[in-house]
Design a protein around this ligand. Structure first.
Ligand SMILES: CC(C)(COP(=O)(O)OP(=O)(O)OC[C@H]1O[C@@H](n2cnc3c(N)ncnc32)[C@H](O)[C@@H]1OP(=O)(O)O)[C@@H](O)C(=O)NCCC(=O)NCCS
Length: 143
């Protein structure tokens, strides 16, 4: 893993196995754990506590936040913000100046996190989720 040690955030190296605790947290937060990251994906972690998984498109200078989760016992303590800001800083440093994500409008905690980190709504996808809920689209751009 690599990354700024002071914030506790680290980026998994390309090809590095997904730690078991990430899969556990993935299941806890989303019901299903995703498999090992594909080549175009990148994962940042606060070890044992939080992860964020992104799809990165260097040719377009864009990245999409696929999943972010903090262990339930550590939520509402600022770690989501620390992790997301670290990801944004790293991605911006690599020339990803336009970041995107989709989120359930009912996910108040996530929406508060995104807004607090400078993301803005940019659209919606009707009936996007399997249960029929729309997806709210957010973007963050380098200022
Ligand atoms: C969304 C999530 C990552 C937030 O992590 P967190 O560590 O609790 O977030 P933080 O403590 O850094 O809080 C960030 C902001 O969100 C707010 N917030 C956090 N949880 C909240 C809640 N349950 N309700 C309302 N606001 C909330 C905080 O007050 C803070 O806002 P502020 O800066 O205005 O004070 C976490 O709730 C989580 O893992 N949820 C399950 C997975 C998920 O839904 N991920 C998003 C979709 S991919």
């Amino acid at each position: 893993m690599t990354g700024p040690q002071d914030s506790g955030v680290q980026r998994l190296r390309e090809g590095e196995a997904l730690p078991e605790w990430v899969s556990r947290l993935d299941r806890t937060a989303f019901g299903v754990a995703w498999k090992a990251p594909a080549e175009h994906e990148a994962v940042w972690v606060i070890p044992e506590v939080a992860f964020a998984r992104w799809a990165v498109v260097p040719a377009a200078g864009e990245a999409e936040l696929l999943r972010i989760a903090v262990d339930p016992a550590h939520r509402e303590g600022g770690l989501g913000r620390v992790l997301l800001e670290a990801c944004q800083g790293d991605l911006e440093g690599q020339g990803m100046n336009h970041l995107f994500l989709e989120v359930r409008p009912s996910n108040a905690a996530a929406i508060r996190l995104y807004r607090t980190c400078g993301w803005e709504p940019c659209g919606q996808r009707s009936g996007y989720y399997p249960d029929g809920e729309d997806a709210a689209l957010f973007r963050w751009s380098k200022s």
